[in-house]
Design a protein around this ligand. Structure first.
Ligand code: SF4
Length: 983
């Protein structure tokens, strides 16, 4: 692939016309004597302030109009923290008042290119939110009683440091856990825990994207796709990706650009989402049938001989497959093709039509469009079907089968492994991997789980598998976000299970109510982070920073602690972790402090300036030179512009030849995997890719032989794309080692006649889980989550009209919500967005005043009941807008009524529910919830029984294949099963 600059028109037609228009605009602009502005987007962005004027940008005050009241601003970059896309923002810091007036897009950001969704500018609401937490708080009564007292940071730090130090010195390291929702950064927290010698990282990923990741990981050794949407001919999305998908705005703008260039968009989404409305082909499948559709398309490619034979021959691990599954037969590619031709013959269009409810002719037409894409086939599957169904991980695995058949892997307009379009710089200190294993997060039943089994934590604690002495949450609201939230509440209020519960959070939440300490952390413009995400065929790094700190430093002030510029005593986590680590190990005797010390001032505390300054100076190629060209240090450059593009046009990294220097003392397996004594071990704390295991003599895999050359290949056991997963075969699941179709737990065969499927996972473009509820503009745009019901179903259920109350009954309880009758959902399926239904306990602190209703929560002999005591109402606060709230319906918290459904392979919570929908009874009220947590435990046990535990299936005495990705990967000795370690 050519390494042309990103965004440069690469083909004739519309882009040439665009280029001509840009040239004309440049000429016209320069003729007027003005500067033509060309940011990373390579197009004229006249609406963005040129960076030369970021120290004194002038706008007229809209409120003073028609008077021309000039306002002077410093423009300071940071990064949005309202979803995982990490788009660039520019803070408009008023030079007169020293406050932030607004946030708009940063045109210097290569991923977002100056654009944002509604949630980006709404960051100003979060910063000025009258309900935010400004001071450290400690509970003053029983957990959950709503009584709090303000304390100092010193009191909080000393109390926590004392507990954590005791747990470490008493060898109770597994009693420390940091549970993260949205990380928003690459690896800082993992390294803090590694420095403590603790395997305490927990995540939200198994309630989010694990299903999607698993399918990609078994193929590529890398768990995320990076579609090159902008140059695709066909874009195939299994989700509402265009409006709310993974890398929402950065991807949406590139999909939109591709559409303008003639690309076809195919969307599989049971709902008529805003994405579906923009599709050339909208397929509304029966939930869980998506893999069958993918396989029908794959079968079409195979039977028609329209796959890329050369790509398959070179890059699939067909030889491993034949050797194990077809021994005694010819071990040739030609024979593999014969086998391949027979593997998917049952997946005809008629079969897929019967499973999906989409007619066979439409599927055949879509297959022809896919076939015509060639190597310009960009595809994505993330949450959606992969997160909804038992076996949902096969949705992404079968999707990638189509890409792999087309040879559309790491091609222009194709799909890349994400690690090639992402850059994680090495930090100043890299602590060693911990030698402990946390069974509460990585239990033996789920050896192949993609991520921590986080949502089962209350059940594991109840079973006595362990206890937590100190449990942190950050950007995470487990009671509200997870299924089975009342089991969470039961566990978190039991001090024998959780000794000390600490919420690191900018805002009150359903979980923070039950904490012992609530410690205020900054929003996106009040904290430091670095991050890099796969958004196009290139690599960039972004820098989130406290914008008032950067602004005041521009004016010559020296800021040494983010609390000096943040509101109240709001802090940032990086400085908090450094300080806490010093207090855990004040004299350095535990070996912890060394990882939080300055290099330039030995024996003194590391500062964030030194941490990021060192990283930008030593670990980001090209940045020091770019900064020097402007007479700045790399840190100054990043503080000024906020993001740096490291490279564009990465291309097919798997085809890179392995240098001779890495090919000393090699061995080569029968199917071409090359191991070398000269290969450096990958550091999974630095580079987020799989790390295939060394051979018996300790040589590490370095590449793969392809037609006589040693090429870099993929980080899988075979070095190739794994059509057949040796890992699934060896770890107890040989029947699922090939891309296949697993019938969902909500397959029609498994539903009772009066049950329908509830889709409960979809996002709205203007909300995001917990954080956005504290943004009044977003709340005004979207604040309800009615149940989507097809009119034919409504007639069947006896629901007369939109707005009528319905009772939706799950396996463990029910919720009462409003109905929305719409033909935008297929019959037999209902849908409800997961954003809404925020609540606060009566008597507790006010949280998200625009979105959280006041509720009563009671436990009776048959379980829990929640009823709404008061809706959202206008109220008096420092913000006059809180008196203007005109809405009162803020939806229903449906997740409380869902039991856990852990997929036995990926570990993903399978969100879809089989439900009964009835008209609400006379005693039912909107927002009512009933839950039986004893029934929830029964459902948990039933799903757990589907597993094949490591102790039964391990081929080598380990708990988990070491090559699989894992955040904060422990040292190899910790992978041994306890009985093996005892030998
Ligand atoms: S897509 Fe929207 S919410 Fe997400 S980072 Fe970008 S601006 Fe923020």
């Amino acid at each position: 692939m050519s390494r042309r600059p990103h965004g440069t028109p690469g083909r004739p037609g519309r882009l040439d016309a665009l280029g001509a228009r840009v040239s004309a605009a440049r000429a016209a602009t320069e003729a007027r004597g003005e500067t033509f502005y060309q940011g990373p987007s390579r197009v004229h962005l006249a609406s963005f302030p040129p960076r030369e004027r970021w120290d004194d940008w002038v706008e007229l005050s809209s409120r003073a109009w028609p008077a021309a009241d000039e306002r002077h601003y410093m423009l300071v970059p940071t990064t949005c923290f309202n979803c995982e896309s990490a788009c660039g923002l520019l803070a408009y810091v008023d030079r007169q008042t020293g406050t932030v007036r607004k946030f708009e897009g940063n045109p210097e950001h290569p991923g977002s290119r100056g654009r944002n969704c509604a949630k980006g500018p709404a960051t100003i609401n979060q910063v000025t939110d009258p309900d935010r937490i400004l001071y450290p708080m400690k509970r003053a009564g029983q957990r959950g009683s709503g009584q709090w007292e303000r304390i100092t940071w010193d009191e909080a730090l000393d109390a926590l440091a004392t507990r954590i130090r005791a747990a470490i010195t008493e060898d109770r390291r597994n009693e420390i856990m940091v549970h993260i929702g949205r990380p928003g950064e690459d690896g800082y927290t993992e390294r803090v825990l590694a420095s403590w010698g603790v395997d305490g990282h927990n995540s939200h990923t198994n309630v989010c994207s694990s299903g999607g990741r698993t399918g990609f990981q078994f193929w590529m050794g890398i768990d995320r796709p990076s579609p090159d949407h902008e140059y695709a001919k066909v874009i195939y999305l299994i989700s509402a990706h265009l409006e709310s998908g993974h890398y929402f705005n950065p991807h949406a703008q590139r999909i939109t650009q591709a559409r303008a260039n003639g690309a076809k968009v195919i969307v599989l989404d049971t709902r008529l989402s805003n994405t579906a409305t923009h599709a050339d082909y909208w397929l509304s499948p029966q939930p869980g049938s998506e893999a069958a559709i993918n396989l029908a398309i794959a079968n079409h490619l195979i039977q028609a001989g329209r796959y890329d034979r050369e790509f398959v021959r070179q890059w699939w691990n067909w030889a491993d497959y034949l050797a194990v599954c077809h021994p005694g037969r010819p071990q040739t590619f030609e024979h593999f093709e014969e086998v391949l031709a027979g593997l998917y013959t049952e997946f005809t269009f008629d079969y897929a039509a019967a499973e999906s409810g989409i007619d066979a002719a439409t599927l055949a037409e879509v297959a022809d469009v896919v076939t015509g894409a060639g190597t310009r086939f960009a595809s994505h599957c993330w949450r959606s079907a992969a997160a909804g169904n038992l076996g949902g991980w096969q949705v992404s695995r079968t999707l990638f089968l189509i890409s792999a058949l087309l040879g559309a892997v790491a091609t222009e307009g194709g799909t890349f492994p994400n690690a090639w379009n992402k850059f994680v710089p090495r930090p100043i200190h890299v602590p060693p991997h911990p030698h402990v294993w946390q069974d509460l997060s990585w239990p033996p039943e789920y050896p192949l789980a993609q991520n921590e089994m986080s949502f089962l934590l209350p059940h594991f604690l109840t079973e006595g598998r362990g206890r937590l002495d100190t449990y942190f949450i950050r950007v995470y609201n487990p009671v509200w976000t997870n299924p089975d939230g009342l089991s969470w509440m039961e566990a978190l209020t039991d001090e024998s299970k959780v000794g000390c519960f600490v919420a690191l959070t900018p805002t009150w939440s359903e979980s923070a109510y039950f904490a012992d300490y609530v410690l205020p952390m900054g929003h996106g413009p009040e904290r430091h982070d670095t991050h890099s995400y796969e958004q196009y065929n290139g690599q960039w790094i972004g820098f989130r920073q406290p914008v008032l700190r950067a602004a005041r430093e521009r004016l010559g002030e020296q800021i040494t602690d983010s609390r000096q510029v943040n509101p109240g005593e709001v802090w940032e986590e990086n400085e908090f972790w450094i300080e806490l680590s010093w207090r855990i190990d004040p004299d350095g005797s535990l070996g912890i402090r060394q990882y939080h010390e300055s290099r330039s001032r030995p024996g003194e505390k590391l500062t964030v300036d030194e941490y990021y300054g060192w990283m930008f100076e030593h670990s980001v190629p090209g940045l020091p030179e770019r900064a020097a060209a402007e007479g700045r240090t790399p840190l100054q450059w990043m503080r000024r512009y906020g993001a740096f593009e490291i490279s564009a046009g990465i291309g097919a990294a798997h085809r890179q030849p392995v240098p001779a220097s890495e090919l000393e003392d090699i061995t080569v397996t029968a199917t071409g995997r090359v191991y070398s004594a000269a290969a450096a071990p990958p550091d999974p704390n630095i580079v987020p890719v799989g790390s295939p295991e060394p051979d018996a003599d300790g040589r590490r895999p370095v590449g793969v032989q392809v037609d006589g050359a040693v090429l870099r290949g993929f980080p899988t056991p075979s070095g190739r794309l794994e059509f057949w997963s040796s890992t699934l075969a060896a770890w107890g699941w040989p029947e699922h080692a090939l891309p296949g179709y697993i019938k969902s737990h909500v397959h029609p065969d498994r539903l009772a006649p009066d049950q329908v499927v509830l889709l409960s996972t979809f996002r709205l473009p203007t909300q995001i889980h917990t954080r956005s509820a504290n943004a009044k503009w977003l709340d005004e745009l979207a604040h309800t989550n009615p149940v989507w019901i097809h009119p034919s179903d409504a007639a069947r259920f006896g629901i007369a009209a939109t707005g009528g109350l319905v009772r939706v009954e799950t396996e463990i309880g029910y919720f009462v919500a409003k109905a929305w009758l719409t033909e935008g959902i297929r019959p037999g399926v209902v849908a409800c967005s997961h954003h809404m239904g925020r609540w606060r306990l009566d008597g507790g602190p006010r949280a998200a005043g625009a979105m959280a209703a006041t509720v009563g929560l009671h436990r009776g002999p048959d379980g829990w009941r929640m009823e709404r005591l008061a809706p959202v109402r206008p109220y008096v606060s420092a913000d006059p807008d809180t008196q203007r709230f005109w809405w009162s319906d803020t939806g229903v918290h449906q997740n409380l009524t869902f039991p856990v459904h852990p997929d036995p392979i990926s570990g993903m919570h399978c969100w879809h529910q089989a439900v009964r929908v009835r008209p609400a009874g006379p005693a039912d009220a909107h927002g009512d919830i009933a839950v039986d947590t004893a029934a929830a435990r029964e459902v948990y046990r039933r799903w757990r029984a589907l597993t094949r535990p490591a102790g039964q299936v391990t081929p080598d005495g380990t708990r988990r294949p070491q090559w699989l990705m894992r955040p904060l990967k422990p040292a190899p000795d910790a992978f041994r099963l306890p009985r093996e370690r005892a030998r």
